[in-house]
Write a new protein. Structure first.
Length: 324
């Protein structure tokens, strides 16, 4: 009998056939979307995502947070949001192994559009074996045989980097999956310590990074924008902004007041290619997409003006910096 470790290696080496052999029987299951498999409308400004050379709309759909995509028992609501995203021209879909049940919901809708979208998932595993397990699970739930991008998730501490880059660390899984075409691009995400992301970008040729970039983070003692963006730019790493409205906390009347300033600020930071924002319902998503459609690069004066609005954001602006 083959060990789990051997099975996982065979999965990467053999692709979908091996996945089916080890029990990933839901891959290629029939999708349950009501949308016809037609060309996704291109309705938003686009940018090239760094060294990937892929052009993507400046707004993608987040799969966690204040959204039915990350809540059990809300399949109908989640599918409505995903289908609305496709109808509105969103092509970047972000999820993770631990965004239960986000991957499952996305896997019920996205397969007919697979060649038109950019699908990103993540693993919080730091070792090879568990990372492989997570990758198998993500592919099965997402109903696909490859990911456009796979990221090391919420990397926050030096010891995590050492684990990831050890002989049997998660980076070994990244390399094997990339060599076999199971993932096209590799990335890293973090919302706690920018120095950790900087070190990771210097140690490995990551294609992209997902980091906290909002109008309040600049007031933190260790801002992501001033620390990570120059390094990412020098290496042509694709940069995706997250926590743009800080779970809506920056949209309060006494702060930014609306998504226009929040999204405008993040997308106007040098080196940022796009952002991901979750949506509570189709109506909110439509509003966010309209903001993206109307986006224009902000001037330096406009950026400074927005920063003055968030100087006293306090916990509302930096609460996520305490997360792993």
């Amino acid at each position: 009998m083959m060990s789990k470790k051997t099975n996982r290696r065979n999965f990467i080496m053999g692709g979908v056939a091996a996945a089916t052999a080890i029990g990933c029987s839901n891959i290629n299951r029939k999708p349950e979307s009501s949308i016809a498999s037609s060309q996704i409308n291109q309705t938003m400004p686009e940018r090239i995502l760094g060294k990937t050379n892929i052009s993507l709309p400046i707004l993608g759909l987040g799969g966690a947070g204040q959204t039915p995509l990350s809540k059990k028992g809300q399949e109908k609501q989640a599918i409505a949001v995903i289908e609305t995203a496709l109808e509105l021209g969103i092509r970047y879909f972000d999820t993770a192994e631990n965004y239960k049940p986000s991957e499952y919901y996305l896997g019920k809708v996205l397969p007919p559009f697979r060649k038109q979208i950019y699908l990103n998932s993540k693993t919080d595993a730091r070792g090879y074996d568990l990372a492989m397990e997570h990758l198998e699970k993500s592919l099965r739930l997402l109903n696909t045989d490859y990911l456009d991008s796979w990221q090391m998730h919420h990397v926050s501490f030096p010891e995590e980097l050492e684990q990831i880059f050890s002989k049997n660390g998660a980076i070994k899984a990244v390399n094997e999956a990339k060599e076999q075409g199971i993932i096209k691009f590799a990335g890293i995400s973090g919302h706690r310590e920018p120095d950790i992301i900087v070190e990771a970008l210097q140690r490995y040729d990551f294609d992209n990074t997902l980091i906290c970039l909002n109008a309040a983070d600049i007031h933190h003692p260790r801002p992501f924008s001033t620390k990570v963006l120059p390094v990412a730019q020098s290496k042509n790493v694709g940069v995706i902004a997250m926590k743009v409205p800080a779970y809506g906390r920056l949209l309060k009347p006494n702060l930014l007041g609306g998504m226009e300033k929040a999204m405008g600020y993040s997308l106007s930071l040098p080196g940022v290619h796009c952002c991901i924002i979750a949506a509570e319902n189709p109506s909110q998503l439509k509003s966010n997409v309209q903001v993206a459609r109307d986006y224009r690069m902000l001037t330096a004066a406009q950026m400074r003006q927005i920063e003055t609005l968030t100087v006293n954001a306090g916990v509302d602006g930096s609460f996520f910096r305490r997360w792993r």
